[in-house]
Structures are given as structure tokens and as C-alpha cells.
Design a protein around this ligand. Structure first.
Ligand SMILES: [Mg+2]
Length: 357
């Protein structure tokens, strides 16, 4: 068997939901990543969070037992600042709406962080910052209206927290966008490809693999960057989400957790013919029927194969359904339920937390 990891020279990891959950490490993640280091693979951590410096991220990782170098961390703040550094003359004033880390990244690329629209900033850079005030958002409005180029580090609508989702940078960007009647000139973070591209460039990688827990940021970003991806089921995405995922959010591989880098067969893509798995999948009205026996994750692969292939067929068959094309491009596969046949299938679906229709 060729291991999944053997086909790649760089692994680009999302952090929350992959390496840690809030302040706790994902069980087994530290061991698997230290093992990855011993195989000589390059590692990069790519985060949309613009409120921490790379060195702060490595301090956090070190606290979990995972030594990392700041050069191995790519943040949306760094990439957004770099984008402005490439675009603006050295020393140009940039209005910073965000955390101190963002201000430092702007200074690090030779630009001048400022707080007021009155000094005629050439650009506005906006990222999440816990100490943001209304007045910062107001300055951003004035500066953008006067012609400043507006860069958002990311547009995550929420931030995970122990108290549930809280307003993320996307929510704050939306405040300014609502006032201006238009959105930012550019957004840097996932699902845009810039973080992954920068990580691959820095590492001079030829075969990067993106590992993430979210379909709409990590996996979609990997597609946008033209990179293969592995979805791990330790964070946001649930098995059932895969069955309705639009094409741009379908991972190349699936694994329960990071151990999959070493245990998943490199040939076991997220879609494998059901007969190779011990399972059988049949299309029934409104969904799929799973029978046979085998590993639950193989059952999920077989179900994905059927759900995703069905959509390709449905698109051809339903081409005359005018007006549905846009919905199909961003939307689902039409799979509403999965019916088990036999106790093995029932147990597998229960373990995958796929609702039985
Ligand atoms: Mg995540």
C-alpha cells in the first residue's frame, strides 16, 4: 500500500479543528504531526486569524507540545500586508483596522500604519481585533470613500468560542460594506487561494496537500489553489455534509483524523467504487441506500461516490431545467436521506452520524 502522505512533499494545515480545538489539542494530532516531521515532510500552518503574529502561533503550538518555526506559519495578516507592500510605494500610509499583530505586519513590509483617514491613507487593511471600536470602522468608511484601496484579511462571519460563535472579521467587514454600499477590493483569507499559494511558494513545494476541517474554507481554498486536499472529521464538517457538498467543496481524501496521512491508502480518494469497499450503494427516491459491510469510512467514500456521480448525471438529464443551473453550481446533490439495509449498514451510518431517512 502506498500511504497518502507519500504522494506529497508539503502538508499545509489548518489549525482550529485540525491541530487544536479552542485551547485543547485535537486528540492524537501532536503525535501525528511530530511523526510527519520525522518523515522529512515540510509543514506549514495556514490561518485566517489576523490577530496573532506567526511567533504567537508558534508559542501556542509549543504549549501543545508541537515545536514549530515562525516561518512555518502563514497568517492572513502577513499575506494581506505583503499584498499592500507589493502594491504601494515604501512608507505609504495604511489605515489599520484590526489587532496589534496586523499593525506590526504592515510595518514589517515597509509601510506606515496609521489610525486616521485625515492623513490620506492609500489603503485600508481590515482584520479581526478584539479591541476594535466604532470609530475605527468609521475611519475605514471615510478612507475608502476618499479612494483608499480596501483589503480584508478574511471574511469569516464568526469566530469559534467556548460560548458559541461570536462575530468574526466578516461580520465587521459587513458593517463597513453596508455603510459604503460595496465590499472590499480584495479578500485574502481562505477560501481565496492566497494563503495556500504563499505557503507552497515559501516551501518551494511541487506537491502540496491541504488538510482542513471545513468544506467552505479549507477545501474550497484548496480547489481554488489547484491543490489536493484531505478533510479530517475532527472539526466543523460532518460526514453528512459531504453528501450534499457542491463540486468546489469536495475533498480529494477523507480521514477521521490526522492519522489518516499515514493510514489512508494513497489510491483511496474520497470517491472509490463501492465494490472495492465491501459496501453497495443504490440510488433510491430522494437519496441513497447503503448495504453490505465494511469500515464506516469506506461506507462514506462509497456514498460520496454515488452522491457526487449522481449530480453529474442529474446535470445532464436536467439541463432543460432552466434557472436551476446557478443553484446546481453552488448547491447540493439532491441527496436528502440515506437508508441502511441490514445491521452493519445501520451501525455504520450511526457511527458516521448520518441521519437515516
Ligand atoms: Mg478549521
Amino acid at each position: 500500500m502506498s500511504r497518502l502522505i507519500d504522494g506529497y512533499d508539503l502538508v499545509i494545515l489548518d489549525l482550529d479543528g485540525v491541530v487544536y480545538l479552542g485551547s485543547e489539542p485535537v486528540p492524537g494530532a501532536v503525535e501525528e504531526l511530530n511523526r510527519l516531521r520525522r518523515t522529512g515532510h515540510q509543514i506549514r500552518f495556514a490561518t485566517n486569524n489576523a490577530s496573532r503574529l506567526a511567533s504567537e502561533v508558534t508559542a501556542l503550538l509549543a504549549g501543545l507540545g508541537l515545536p514549530a518555526h515562525p516561518d512555518e506559519v502563514v497568517t492572513s495578516a502577513q499575506v494581506a500586508a505583503q499584498l499592500l507592500g507589493d502594491r504601494l510605494p515604501s512608507g505609504a500610509p495604511v489605515l489599520v483596522v484590526g489587532a496589534d499583530a496586523l499593525r506590526k505586519e504592515v510595518a514589517a513590509v515597509g509601510l506606515t500604519p496609521v489610525d486616521s483617514a485625515d492623513v490620506k491613507p492609500l489603503a485600508v487593511i481590515q482584520g479581526y481585533g478584539p479591541a476594535l471600536r466604532w470609530s475605527h470602522l468609521a475611519e475605514a468608511c471615510v478612507a475608502v470613500r476618499a479612494g483608499a484601496y480596501w483589503v480584508a484579511t478574511n471574511t469569516d462571519r464568526t469566530l469559534p468560542s467556548p460560548r458559541g460563535p461570536l462575530p468574526g472579521n466578516g461580520a465587521l467587514v459587513a458593517v463597513v460594506a453596508t455603510a459604503l454600499g460595496r465590499g472590499p477590493d480584495v479578500v485574502v483569507g481562505k477560501p481565496q487561494p492566497a494563503l495556500f499559494q504563499r505557503a507552497a511558494q515559501q516551501a518551494a513545494a511541487r506537491a502540496p496537500l491541504v488538510v482542513g476541517d471545513r468544506l467552505d474554507t479549507d477545501i474550497q481554498g484548496a480547489h481554488a489553489a489547484g491543490m489536493d486536499s484531505l478533510l479530517v472529521l475532527t472539526g466543523v464538517a460532518q460526514p453528512a455534509d459531504l453528501l450534499t457538498a457542491p463540486p468546489a467543496q469536495r475533498p480529494s481524501y477523507l480521514a477521521t483524523n490526522l492519522a489518516g496521512l499515514f493510514t489512508v491508502d494513497g489510491r483511496a480518494r474520497a470517491t472509490v467504487p463501492a465494490e472495492q469497499t465491501g459496501w453497495r450503494v443504490r440510488r433510491v427516491a430522494g437519496g441513497l441506500e447503503l448495504s453490505g459491510a465494511g469500515a464506516p469510512l469506506d461506507g462514506l467514500r462509497a456514498l460520496c461516490t454515488a452522491a457526487w456521480a449522481e449530480e453529474a448525471g442529474a446535470e445532464e438529464a436536467g439541463a432543460e431545467e432552466a434557472g436551476r443551473e446557478d443553484g446546481a453550481a453552488g448547491g447540493g446533490t439532491g441527496v436528502k436521506a440515506v437508508r441502511p439495509v441490514g445491521p452493519e449498514a445501520e451501525a455504520a451510518l450511526r457511527e458516521l452520524r448520518i441521519t437515516v431517512g
